[in-house]
Design a protein around this ligand. Structure first.
Ligand SMILES: Nc1ncnc2c1ncn2[C@@H]1O[C@H](COP(=O)(O)OP(=O)(O)OP(=O)(O)O)[C@@H](O)[C@H]1O
Ligand SMILES: [Mg+2]
Length: 261
């Protein structure tokens, strides 16, 4: 993070779909907020899963990340409080997908999000929930971010495709965001009883070493149920394995961020 900067911007990204990006973004955001950090979760995925997962009624939104990325509105007008203290969200709707198409031929197409984020103050951490692609939206996320948090699903194809993401990060670092850094790799949907999960975990560790969080996220039904209630797992079943794991990851993340200061 650059000197004097007080907000850590973290892109939660992996171009593979369904690996736990949104689940991680919501629940890490929640536990950071619970420990007193002022947190903004930016929903940068046109699917809008982070928005619904935090209980935002998407049928009733006037200003969203679509309008912010198109340049029609400033970010502050899109931000909504949640029912959780210290946790705000900049929600999105499928309209963001149309905006992305137009963005490709627009001005400043890579730096829209960076500019938007620099216009708000008062957050300790901003988490960006990226879509499952290496699209213009994701690149906006990488350029706006200080750090990447990479959830990796503990399954056979987990590491396939990651090369491409790391290559994109390298390009971003060479170009528009020289200080982008991988803050942590998070193994998700682990089933510690299976050999496969453990083998993949070993592979992830071999590849990323110290960057891998000590805590892994277990496969836990509570994590899959919580979004249908519009709340993070910590507010749904705080003693579940999923909640306890995300609480521990949030703590590790906080320590890593602290060490960067
Ligand atoms: N640890 C877990 N245990 C059980 N279910 C999980 C876990 N993590 C995520 N899920 C479920 O798996 C599905 C995919 O998770 P999630 O939406 O977080 O992934 P994603 O990477 O954001 O997906 P996308 O690429 O579509 O944005 C969701 O239905 C979610 O509830
Ligand atoms: Mg998602």
């Amino acid at each position: 993070m650059s000197e004097g900067k007080t907000t850590a911007v973290i892109a939660v990204t992996n171009q593979k779909g369904g690996v736990g990006k949104t689940t991680s973004a919501i629940n890490i955001a929640y536990f950071l907020a619970k420990s007193g950090k002022r947190v903004l979760l930016v929903d940068l995925d046109p699917q809008g899963n982070a928005s619904s997962g935090l209980g935002v009624d998407k049928s009733n939104l006037e200003i969203t990340m679509g309008e912010v990325m198109s340049g029609e509105e400033v970010l502050a007008t899109a931000i909504k409080p949640t029912s959780h203290k210290n946790l705000a969200i900049a929600p999105t709707t499928p309209h963001l997908a149309n905006v992305e198409v137009g963005l490709a031929s627009g001005k400043n197409k890579f730096t829209r999000l960076k500019t938007a984020l620099s216009s708000v103050e008062g957050y300790d951490v901003i988490l960006i929930d990226c879509p499952p692609s290496l699209s213009l939206l994701t690149v906006n996320g990488l350029i706006a971010a200080d750090y990447v948090l990479l959830p990796v699903q503990a399954e056979f194809y987990a590491l396939e495709g990651l090369g491409q993401l790391l290559e994109t990060m390298k390009l971003v670092r060479k170009g528009m965001n020289t200080h982008l850094e991988l803050i942590g790799v998070l193994p998700t949907m682990m089933d510690a009883r299976t050999t496969l999960s453990n083998q993949v975990h070993q592979e992830i560790k071999k590849h990323f070493g110290e960057k891998v969080f000590q805590t892994s996220i277990p496969r836990n039904i509570r994590l899959a149920e919580a979004p249908s209630h519009g709340v993070p797992v910590g507010a749904y079943d705080r003693w579940s394995k999923g909640a306890r794991a995300y609480k521990a990851v949030a703590k590790e993340l906080e320590q890593r961020l602290e060490a960067k200061k």
